[in-house]
Design a protein around this ligand. Structure first.
Ligand code: FPP
Length: 261
């Protein structure tokens, strides 16, 4: 994606001591960056606040991460917002998150228009409250013609369920006689995932120190570089994002082959 260097430099002015824009190669920004946003609850508890305050603060971090992704020229930016397992949280927390998703999306539509951001969702949206679904549909409709960065929100998302869904769809096509089982290959299966048509993430960031995938993009992360930071999601800033990219660019990606120096 095209980078506006003037905007990027002013966005990254006033650097802290350990990192600056000069530490990353702008020609090698990952095409798809994905984040498992974690630690909202602990961030709030550490401040004697209700967990919900952590989610509210997490919205500010998300807005900054979207802006950072646009400024850096990332093509696809995706986040894990709500898993199929998250329904097990207390009902009032689930209700708050669903409401927060809806209100945030409406509030951020001007940003998406201004920055030419195209929205996308990963997950089974049918199970969401009507308010949330309506707003998500509005977001999809209003950004359908945008040609800039794709911003994907994984909501009611679970990777195993996604792969099962793809397998069922392929099986149905085979039963109809539209395809032969032996024709099924990785590309065909990938075409039935929520991420169809998007490049796989090159960099996955997880906040709050947890080193788990938590049923997130299991297929798509096959060759992805992981970056785990202890920072809780509400504290994750444009500088943390830059640190992750610096770390990513310092690695040699091998894709199972030999080291490419
Ligand atoms: C993880 O923290 C965070 C979530 C499950 C929800 C993510 C939601 C936001 C960042 C709010 C804004 C999102 C959108 C899409 C508008 P946690 O509650 O698991 O924290 P913990 O591990 O410390 O308990």
């Amino acid at each position: 994606m095209q980078i506006d260097e003037d905007k990027l430099r002013s966005y990254y002015a006033e650097a802290p001591e350990d990192i600056s824009l000069a530490d990353v190669d702008l020609a090698r920004i990952p095409h798809h960056v994905s984040i498992i946003m974690d630690g909202n609850g602990r961030w709030a508890q550490a401040r004697g606040l209700d967990r919900s305050e952590g989610h509210v603060a997490g919205v500010d971090s998300l807005r900054e991460a979207v802006t950072t992704s646009v400024r850096l020229g990332v093509d696809v930016f995706s986040v894990y917002a709500f898993s199929t397992e998250n329904w097990r949280r207390p009902q009032h927390e689930v209700d708050l998150l669903m409401h927060l998703f809806a209100t945030t999306l409406v509030a951020e539509l001007p940003l998406f228009h201004q920055e030419n951001v195209k929205l996308r969702f990963f997950g089974d949206l049918d199970a969401l409250p009507q308010e949330t679904r309506d707003v998500f549909q509005q977001g999809l409709d209003e950004t359908a013609d945008h040609t800039g960065m794709t911003f994907a929100l994984a909501v009611n998302y679970g990777s195993r369920a996604e792969i099962v869904k793809a397998a069922r769809e392929l099986a149905a096509e085979a039963v109809r006689g539209d395809i032969q089982p032996q024709d099924i290959d990785a590309d065909m299966l990938a075409g039935h995932l929520y991420t169809a048509g998007l490049p796989d993430p090159e960099l996955l960031i997880r906040t709050s120190g947890e080193q788990r995938l938590s049923n997130y993009l299991l297929w798509q992360l096959a060759y992805t570089e992981f970056y785990v930071t202890d920072t809780y999601w509400p504290d994750f800033s444009r500088w943390d994002y830059l640190r992750a990219i610096r770390d990513f660019q310092g690695r040699h990606r091998r894709f199972g082959g030999v080291v490419n120096k």
